[in-house]
Ligand binder design. Structure first.
Ligand code: SAH
Length: 354
């Protein structure tokens, strides 16, 4: 967009859009009309916006980029109806998003970056490194396209796809504002979860936004030593600092933090790991979400057995910890983060490198 000098109009907040249209000499109510077409009625193009003057639509067509993502592949799980979408961006990068159907409503898991530079050992999203940040319109579009394609309302959004949301801070905060605003989809802040590998300054900064969203910390180990083995970012931000930041987040926002803990067979699933984890969670009333690791072909990590997972959960519960085991959605369709994107990129290598 910057290369062509065109404005990325779907990334503008209502205030910014008002200022832009005002500068064109448009009447004040136009901004709200246009914003609602984009963010509520989810119009596919300016042509659909029939109550806007043709001259305005033509001018917008020339001056702006109207971001829209087209799915290049959609996979539907036969096990649970989960749908995985692979979208191509305007520059040829591909990203993936997931629609999960729960009793309490539909949840969309979106990517915040094309690729990732955090390097977590068990994660497929990070293998090719970071390509670039996604702009707000590209994140919104993942949700809008899925809502349109499924014909069902999206009530929950989780920032748990490819990428580290706090490594793309401004665009992500803008996304949360636009998604929860009255003139947009108006999704409740309580229904948004942001998952981070533990970027400490980002956690403090996010707390100051005073959102009612849920912060999920990818903990994955209860000692500094083991965490470093699985997550290189742990060398930069130590476990104790990350936990302080989470405690502070809880204090400032009143929102309990969730600890995500991917169980890796023989690595972090011992009884002593559970006991230490209970100690960490207890102090800040954190909820623990256990995720059986989804093995990726590039690494030889394996899943813990069912029995080990249940024992781990029971141990935590004995200490009074609120714990759930994440249901494995879409197991038959490359469920784990970044796997679909990765297999697509591998099979289209020539194209990707252009
Ligand atoms: N960068 C953010 C959000 C993206 S990953 C973060 O680190 O939290 C979303 C969650 O899935 C993280 O907890 C991540 O560690 C976990 N994850 C990634 N690959 C996985 C795999 N193969 N098996 C199980 N969990 C995985």
């Amino acid at each position: 967009m910057e290369e062509t000098g065109q404005m990325d109009i779907k990334s503008l907040t209502l205030e910014e859009l008002s200022a832009y249209l005002n500068g064109m000499g448009e009447k004040p109510f136009r901004a709200k009309q246009l914003y609602q077409w984009m963010h509520q009625k989810l119009a596919g193009s300016y042509e659909e916006m029939r109550n806007l003057p043709k001259s305005l639509r033509e001018r917008l067509q020339e001056e702006t980029v109207y971001m829209s993502l087209k799915p290049v592949e959609v996979l539907t799980s036969r096990l649970d109806g989960t749908e995985k979408y692979l979208f191509r961006l305007n520059d040829g990068n591909v990203i993936e998003s997931v629609l999960m159907r729960y009793h309490h409503g539909n949840s969309v898991c979106i990517s915040t970056q094309a690729g990732c530079r955090m390097g977590c050992r068990f994660c497929a999203s990070t293998i090719g490194g970071l390509k670039r940040n996604l702009c707000t319109s590209e994140m919104l579009e993942q949700i809008y396209e899925i809502q349109k394609a499924s014909g069902e309302r999206v009530s929950n959004v989780v920032l748990m796809g490819t990428g580290e949301p706090l490594d793309n801070y401004e665009n992500v905060v803008r996304l949360i504002r636009m998604l929860t605003g009255e003139e947009g989809l108006h999704i409740s802040q309580r229904n948004i979860t942001l998952s981070t590998c533990g970027i400490v300054p980002g956690i403090y900064r996010l707390a100051e936004e005073k959102f009612a969203i849920t912060l999920a910390l990818s903990l994955h180990a209860s000692s500094q030593e083991k965490r470093e083995e699985l997550m290189p970012i742990a060398k930069k931000y130590e476990l104790s600092e990350v936990l302080d930041a989470c405690r502070s987040y809880f204090g400032t926002t009143g929102r309990r933090v969730t600890f995500e803990y991917s169980l890796v067979g023989g690595v972090n699933d011992h009884e002593e790991d559970a006991v230490r984890l209970a100690g960490l969670a207890k102090g800040m009333e954190a909820h623990v979400n256990l995720i059986p690791v989804n093995p990726i072909k590039e690494r030889d990590y394996r899943k813990s057995s069912r029995q080990v997972i249940l024992n781990f959960k029971n141990k935590l519960e004995k200490y009074g910890i609120n714990v759930t085991i994440r249901r494995e959605m879409g197991r038959d369709i490359n469920g784990a983060c970044g796997q679909l994107r990765r297999s697509y990129m591998e099979s289209n290598k020539g194209e990707e490198e252009q």
